[in-house]
Design a protein around this ligand. Structure first.
Ligand SMILES: CC(C)(COP(=O)(O)OP(=O)(O)OC[C@H]1O[C@@H](n2cnc3c(N)ncnc32)[C@H](O)[C@@H]1OP(=O)(O)O)[C@@H](O)C(=O)NCCC(=O)NCCS
Length: 218
């Protein structure tokens, strides 16, 4: 498990994806990237999980509404918006603890470059810091794997994602014309500066601390 993150009495954590997460991850993928699904087969997560350059993380919660530990206010009110969308069955697979996956991130690391394949959060769980926590974890992972740069491509129209990446110092490094086959949309290429530079590291630590303070306090 890479990170553990507490919010009031409700917690979620980020850990590497396992085989038994694949149905939930595929569900989030379909919901988050519906246009891609028309033109490409969904990423074969079974293959990805055993691909040595691929690293997938999931954000998941083990809390259950009937455990009496769900706060009445603050974060619970926010996450409770997820509940109607969740058929609230906590999956049990192979004796593993029951966990509900609320987001995932995928990273490919080749030589000194880490490339973000995707970051996605369940629709009704957005805007409560989970996407940012996944990005923090992915950058942390890239650092541990000795990458120097983190890159990605994103739809030109996806301002939400560009805001998230921009917050963490990603700049626009190029554009691929008509990259997306469903609507001919351009891809915007984004990249960090050297993630080992003191400037990047200092800013990254500040952003992590701010995120922790903002969401932990609720
Ligand atoms: C992009 C995505 C992962 C963000 O997840 P999230 O959990 O809602 O994001 P967070 O709550 O952690 O927000 C973090 C930052 O993202 C940006 N952001 C998130 N939602 C935003 C919105 N609706 N409008 C503008 N900026 C937004 C902001 O910079 C925000 O920081 P702030 O709260 O200080 O303003 C989510 O919207 C998603 O799953 N989208 C569909 C999949 C996708 O497009 N993935 C990215 C391409 S790989």
């Amino acid at each position: 498990m890479l990170e553990f993150y507490l919010m009031d009495t409700l917690s979620y954590h980020i850990r590497p994806m396992r085989d038994d997460d694949i149905p939930q991850v595929s569900e989030i993928d379909r919901e988050a990237f519906p246009a891609e699904s028309l033109f490409r087969p969904y990423t074969s997560y079974k293959q990805e999980i055993h691909n040595s350059v691929a690293h997938y993380l999931v954000a998941c919660t083990t809390d259950k509404p009937d455990q009496g530990n769900w706060p009445k206010d603050g974060w619970f009110k926010r996450i409770s918006r997820c509940l109607p969308a969740m058929p609230f069955r906590m999956p049990t697979h192979g004796g593993h603890s029951r966990e509900y996956v609320i987001g995932f991130a995928g990273l490919w690391v080749m030589l000194s470059e880490a490339h973000i394949i995707a970051i996605a959060v369940r629709h009704n769980c957005r805007r409560i810091g989970i996407g940012e926590e996944l990005l923090i974890s992915v950058i942390g992972l890239a650092t541990r794997l000795n990458a120097n740069l983190v890159t990605l491509e994103v739809r030109a129209s996806n301002r939400t994602a560009q805001e998230l990446y921009g917050k963490y110092g990603f700049y626009v490094s190029g554009r691929r014309s008509a990259y997306y086959s469903d609507n001919g949309e351009d891809a915007v290429l984004m990249s960090t500066e050297d993630i080992w530079s003191p400037l990047f590291q200092t800013r990254f630590e500040e952003l992590k601390e701010a995120h922790n303070q903002r969401w932990k306090a609720r």
